[in-house]
Design a protein around this ligand. Structure first.
Ligand SMILES: Cc1cc2nc3c(=O)[nH]c(=O)nc-3n(C[C@H](O)[C@H](O)[C@H](O)COP(=O)(O)OP(=O)(O)OC[C@H]3O[C@@H](n4cnc5c(N)ncnc54)[C@H](O)[C@@H]3O)c2cc1C
Length: 510
């Protein structure tokens, strides 16, 4: 008998409540998508209650993507929304909803500009991440490798040192959350939503735990916006929808209890369909040095048989997806002693920003055993446990391609081919850590959640990671920060619209 999953086992509806609260809009989840939705509803003058199961808003990561924001205009960066939509859609192998993508490419700039302004007024700074993820000079490459300068980074110039690095999205969410509070939004923390409440075919509210074994009813007059995050922490869902992601090295970044697919399950119980797209895992490599093999630089990659197996252009999903499919789920980056010269040619801007002690950093990692170093390719093969004959042949073939300037085997652009000729030689295991697994509920062009017939369920919307049909197949790093960017964009557009009882396209909300 085939397994019946939790999302297929609809429980008895909760009907007994120890109290009720009513607002124009209810938002479930206080991550970047939910905080933005709540802020937008409250800014419009409508009432909103945001329910969060943790004790504070959730936020992680660095980049928030947008097109044609005030910062991009100030920097003279022009990105065609039409071209950007074409490329994101192409990354999905045409499975995603083109109209949703087009809405993002056309409206994310106005949304970002709004929050840049609020952030500046609150004493935060925002800049474009053009040296790091959104590389300044990758927008001239062919479609397959093109990367736009879309990443926006928030900072708190007065942050205490104890905040540590990579707090950028925390600052962004803090700005938005504080603005929501200032506009009268109510946030209930430590309050898990348990079920959606449906009456006469319409989602009218949410049953939340009252912390004492009972439930409270939170009613949304205009509707409910689900913003409950993703499924990276739900093994049953990963096994069912995206077994490939089980082979990632882990999702160490995910907060315990977060991204458990709660919202997906509640939507399914309320009659919603899952997206028909292949999920788009966001799996990236972690590195021990600023050179970041497989993410920031393209070194020759070999599998456990010592054979080249993929295009190594430094794009996380390209290399990490291939690593997961490699025999034994293991792969190595190989580079030679001229690595700094190669890096300079591949990434001139990032080269200039390398730390002064990069050579010491590499040697330190050799001493710690994280990198292997050997005088010859044969010895390196022994150090990483691959057949020496194969590795010697692979390196020879690779160098031949480098010399010819054309990678006939895998199509790495010439700029990213790095000769492997002068010893000693180095090797580093390619890691593959899951940040996000982009797979959500079936939605229409207004991000309203749909049933199996693709009919929108009255009163039910999804934003952020629980919104399906925006990404599919593979994460489009062509658009750095797209994941946070669509959360911000649709959080605001759906919030603004539902505050007025409308859909994004201006039609009355059903
Ligand atoms: C370390 C890390 C780095 C990342 N870096 C980037 C990056 O640089 N750029 C990028 O675009 N993306 C990045 N991502 C991915 C991105 O952070 C997520 O996709 C994004 O957080 C999704 O936002 P969200 O608001 O939909 O969900 P979340 O941020 O997960 O928020 C969902 C909220 O809903 C709450 N919730 C869930 N269930 C319930 C319930 N039953 N009741 C009440 N509340 C509930 C959760 O507790 C949570 O607070 C990164 C992810 C990680 C983990």
């Amino acid at each position: 008998m085939s397994q019946v999953h939790i999302w297929q086992r609809k429980p008895e509806p909760i009907t007994e409540f120890n109290g009720e609260e009513v607002a124009d809009v209810v938002v479930v989840g206080a991550g970047i998508a939910g905080c933005t939705a709540a802020q937008s509803v409250s800014e419009s003058g409508a009432s909103v209650i945001c329910i969060e199961k943790f004790d504070q808003p959730s936020a992680h990561g660095v980049d928030i993507g947008a097109i044609d924001s005030i910062l991009q205009r100030e920097a003279g960066i022009e990105i065609s929304p039409v071209e950007a939509a074409r490329l994101i859609y192409a990354w999905s192998q045409q499975q995603a909803n083109y109209q949703l993508i087009r809405t993002f490419t056309e409206r994310s700039g106005e949304v970002m500009s709004h929050y840049v302004q609020i952030a500046r007024e609150a004493g935060y700074t925002v800049h474009l991440n053009t040296e790091h993820t959104a590389r300044a000079d990758w927008d001239t490459l062919d479609d397959r490798f093109r990367m736009f300068r879309t990443a926006h980074v928030f900072n708190d110039p007065n942050a205490p040192e104890s905040d540590g690095p990579l707090r950028n999205v925390v600052y962004a969410v803090r700005v938005i959350y504080e603005s929501a509070l200032a506009h009268g939004a109510k946030f209930y923390f430590n309050t898990p939503a348990e079920q959606l409440i449906k009456e006469d075919g319409r989602v009218v509210g949410v049953a939340v735990s009252d912390g004492e074994g009972g439930y409270k009813r939170i009613t949304g007059r205009n509707g409910v916006i689900m913003a409950t995050g993703g499924i990276t922490n739900n093994k049953e869902m990963i096994e069912c929808f995206c077994p490939m992601a089980l082979y990632a090295d882990g999702n160490a970044y995910t907060p315990v209890g977060g991204n458990a697919g709660d919202g997906h399950i509640m939507c399914a119980w309320a009659g919603a369909a899952f997206s028909r797209c292949f999920p788009a895992p966001l799996i990236h490599p972690v590195s021990f040095t600023a050179l970041k093999p497989g993410m920031d630089s393209s070194w020759l990659a070999v599998n456990r048989n010592g054979k080249r197996f993929c295009n190594e252009t430094a794009w996380e999903p390209i290399v990490t997806n291939a690593r997961i499919s490699a025999p034994g789920n293991v792969a190595w980056s190989i580079w030679d002693s001229d690595y700094l010269e190669h890096y300079k040619r591949m990434e001139p801007i990032k080269y200039a920003a390398l730390p002064d002690d990069i050579l010491e950093e590499v040697e330190e990692n050799v001493a710690k055993g994280r990198y292997k170093r050997a005088d010859s390719i044969e010895e390196l093969a022994e150090a990483i446990g691959v057949p020496a004959g194969n590795l010697v042949a692979t390196v020879a073939r690779y160098n031949e391609l480098v010399d010819s300037g054309v990678d006939e085997d895998f199509g790495v652009p010439e700029r990213f081919l790095s000769p492997c000729k002068r010893g000693p030689f180095y090797a580093s295991k390619i890691s593959a850590v899951m940040l996000s697994l982009l797979y959500g509920m079936r939605v229409d062009d207004n991000s309203q959640v749909c049933d199996a017939n693709d009919d929108p369920i009255p009163g039910l919307y999804a934003v952020g990671a629980v919104q399906g049909d925006f990404f599919a197949n593979s994460y489009p790093v062509t658009m750095p920060g797209a994941d946070h960017g669509r959360a911000l964009c649709f959080g605001r557009l759906v919030g603004l619209a539902l505050a007025k009882g409308e859909n994004i396209d201006g039609t009355p909300a059903a």
